[in-house]
Design a protein around this ligand. Structure first.
Ligand SMILES: Nc1ncnc2c1ncn2[C@@H]1O[C@H](COP(=O)(O)OP(=O)(O)OP(=O)(O)O)[C@@H](O)[C@H]1O
Ligand SMILES: [Mg+2]
Length: 279
């Protein structure tokens, strides 16, 4: 029956490898993002999460392996190429231009020109239309900002994050990737960003969320990709495992078979140390 078939992943990778000299940052990593899901990517420092995301968003070229977008094998020639294919990334260090206003940030690198020779010859910007469209996008995501002509540097961290997310969502057609979007934010601001992520998912766009924040991950993720030593150690549903079990998978104390079905304790001592029962 059609309804029981797994849908084609929006973004998928098999056997990705990326070496930097002696360091293997990605060591045979698989990746699967399904339509409309929030997929959290978690793992210890240095596990290779950022490297994986860079490979999936065109920022690095993998040495080996295959990436598929909507089922088709694809090779990205840089982040701009991935963007052209509908993949938008919100980087941790917030690629917003602080001195520019919100509308200009939304259209950074994709400025609208005035119609006719004013735009085509004189390269004049259509600021009015950019403001109108920016306002529409912000309203669409229920982001309340007093003025779109306000420079981004006058916004709070959470509001800036909202602008970066809104920009990504406005342009993304396939996937939104967010690297630690709540890392620098307070409780209230984090809550706003999590709400935003939910609204993005409700619009039908799948979201990849890289995070170290386990409560946030459990609050928002449909599935969790646990990355360990350069590859996917598990792909699980948050409801099937406790937070401490997921931490144990991250550290290698607990191993899970590929489809996330049964659990096997690989290292009883380590599991005990992590507070996991051995059944
Ligand atoms: N450009 C690079 N040159 C050399 N080594 C690199 C490079 N980028 C990553 N690495 C190495 O690859 C490994 C994985 O790094 P990566 O940044 O992907 O980890 P991460 O899981 O994102 O860690 P964190 O949680 O600290 O952000 C590390 O050992 C890192 O030193
Ligand atoms: Mg990283």
């Amino acid at each position: 029956m059609m309804s029981t078939q797994t849908p084609t992943p929006v973004l998928q990778a098999r056997g990705l490898v990326k070496r930097y000299g002696h360091v293997t940052a990605i060591d045979g990593a698989d990746f699967d993002l399904l339509p409309g899901e929030v997929l959290a990517v978690i793992g210890d420092n240095g596990a290779g999460k950022s490297s994986l995301i860079k490979a999936l968003t065109g920022a690095v070229t993998p040495d080996e392996g295959e990436i598929r977008l909507n089922g088709e094998v694809i090779r990205f020639n840089g982040p701009q190429d991935a963007r052209c294919h509908g993949i938008e990334t919100v980087y941790q260090d917030l690629a917003v231009a602080a001195s520019m206003d919100i509308a200009s940030n939304m259209f950074l690198g994709r400025e609208l020109r005035r119609p006719g020779p004013l735009g085509s010859v004189l390269r004049m910007l259509d600021k009015k239309r950019m403001r109108e469209e920016a306002a529409e996008h912000m309203a669409d995501l229920k982001i309340g900002l007093r003025s779109l002509t306000q420079p981004v540097e006058t916004l709070s961290g959470g509001q800036r994050q909202a602008v970066a997310v809104a920009r990504a969502v406005a342009w993304a057609r396939s996937v939104v990737v967010m690297d630690e979007p709540t890392a620098a934010l307070g409780v209230k601001e984090s809550g706003q960003v999590l709400d935003l992520i939910r609204r993005v998912r409700d619009k039908g766009l799948p979201v990849v969320l890289i995070s170290h924040n386990m409560p946030h991950v459990f609050e928002i993720a449909d599935r969790i990709h646990v990355h360990r030593m350069g590859r996917r150690a598990a792909l699980i549903k948050p409801g099937d495992y406790s937070m401490s079990e997921v931490v144990a998978i991250m550290t290698g104390a607990l191993t899970v078979d590929e489809d996330g079905g049964g659990t096997v304790v690989a290292d009883a001592e380590a599991a005990k140390a992590a507070g996991i029962g051995t059944n």
